[in-house]
Design a protein around this ligand. Sequence first.
Ligand code: 5AD
Ligand code: SF4
Length: 448
Amino acid sequence: MSGAGKKVLVKTFGCQMNVYDSERMAEALSAEGYAETEVVEDADLVILNTCHIREKAAEKVYSELGRLRQLKSERLKQGRETMIAVAGCVAQAEGAEIIARAPAVDLVVGPQSYHRLPELVSRASRERTSLIETNFPEEDKFSHLPRRAPRHAASAFLTVQEGCDKFCTFCVVPYTRGMEYSRPVSAILAEAEALVAGGVAEITLLGQNVNGYHGEDETGAATSLAGLLTRLASIEGLQRLRYTTSHPRDMSDDLIDAHARLQKLMPYLHLPIQSGSDRILAAMNRKHTAAEYRALVARIRKARPDIALSTDIIVGFPGETDADFAATLALVEEVGFAQAYSFKYSPRPGTPAAKIDAQVPEAVKIDRLHRLQHMLDGQQILFNTACVGRTFPVLFERSGRRQGQLIGRSPYLQPVHAFAEPDLLGRIVTVEILGAGPNSLSGVIQAA
Ligand code: 5AD
Ligand code: SF4
C-alpha cells in the first residue's frame, strides 16, 4: 500500500460532477492506505479538482497553487514531502502549461484517468518528475475504480453520463470532458444499491448532458434516462431521485411523463436556457428557439404542475444587443424560475464564440447581469414566500449552525431549517413552513 500512513486532501472547484469525482478519487486513494484530511498543512498529497468553465474559475487554481508552493517548501524544511496534483477540467485543457506556470505541481491528471491515480502518484513520487496524463484512455474509468464506499450521508451524487456532443459555441465541456458517454444500467444500479445499503435516501444522477443518457441495459438495448429512473425507483429504501443537468433538446416525452408517473422523482428541474433571443440562441448553437423552450416548459408543467424550474443564463454573449437582452428578460419574466444561475460571458480558449469580433464591453455585461439577477432574485423570493404555511416532506441532511438545528431539503430543493433531534438526520419528516428567506425556508417538525 503506497499510501500507508499518508494523508490526502482533495479540494473541489466547479460543478457537482467534480464533487462526485473527488469522492471517487479519495476512495481510490483510500484503497492504497491514504487517510483523508481537511487540514492542508497535514496533507502529504493535495489534489486540486479544477473547473475550466469560466476564466475566473480557472484562474482560482493558480492562486491556490501559489499558496501550495509555499506550503510545500515549508513542509520540506521540516523534512516532509508534499505532492501536488492538478485534476479536473483545467488539467485536461491546459496540461503541460500548468507545470510551466507552476513548477511545484507533480502531477496533472485529466478527468478520464482517475482510476490510474494511485499508480500515477507513486510513479511521480518515485521518479521525482512531473507527470502529465490527459489522454482519453480506451478503458472506462468507472469499471476500474474501486467499489463505491458507504457515504454515511442522506443524499449522494451518482454520475451516469459524461461529456457532451452539443458543442454550444461558448462552452469548453466537449473539449475537457470529451464526447458523450453513458454508463451501463447494471453498473449504475449496483452503485445505487450500494449507496442505499449504506443509508443514502436520495440520489442525484449527474451528467453534463444527463437527459441525453442512453446507456445499455442487460440485453444490450439502449435505455433512456426515463427508463433508468424507472429502474432506480424500484430500489427499496431509495426515497428520492433527482437529475442534473439537462439540455432542452433532449427533454423527451418519456422523461416528461416520468415526472408525472414516478413518485420518487422530485418536482425540480434544472433546464438551462442561456438566452431568450433566437438570434443569440442560434449563435450559441443551442439548437432550439425561445418559443420551443416556452412550449417545452408548458408541457412539463402540464405533466407536473408544481414543478420548480431552475436555469442557467449567460449575459453579454458576443453580439448581444439591448434588444437581445430584453428578450432574455421577457422570457425570464414569463417562465418564472424558482432558482437560477446567471453569468457574464467569458471567452474560453479554443471555443468558436471566443473568436467572434463583436465582444460585449465589460461594463455592459456587468449592467445586464445586475438587471437580470435583480429579476431572478425577485422570482426566487416569490417562490420561497409562497411556501409559507404549507407542509413539506423534508429530508434532513446535516446539522445547522445553531444548537439543535438541522438542515434538510424540500422536494423543490430549498434548504429547510428546523429544530429537531439529531436522530432525524437521513430521514424524511413532515415540516410546516413558517418562514422564508431569499435562499432558504424555516419551519417546525409536524410528525416523524
Ligand atoms: N461564459 C459564461 N458562462 C458559461 N457557461 C458555460 N460556459 C460559459 C462561458 N464561456 C455557463 C452556462 C452553463 C453553466 C454551467 O455555465 O450557463 O450552463
Ligand atoms: Fe467546470 Fe464543466 Fe468541468 Fe464541471 S465539467 S468542472 S462545470 S468545466
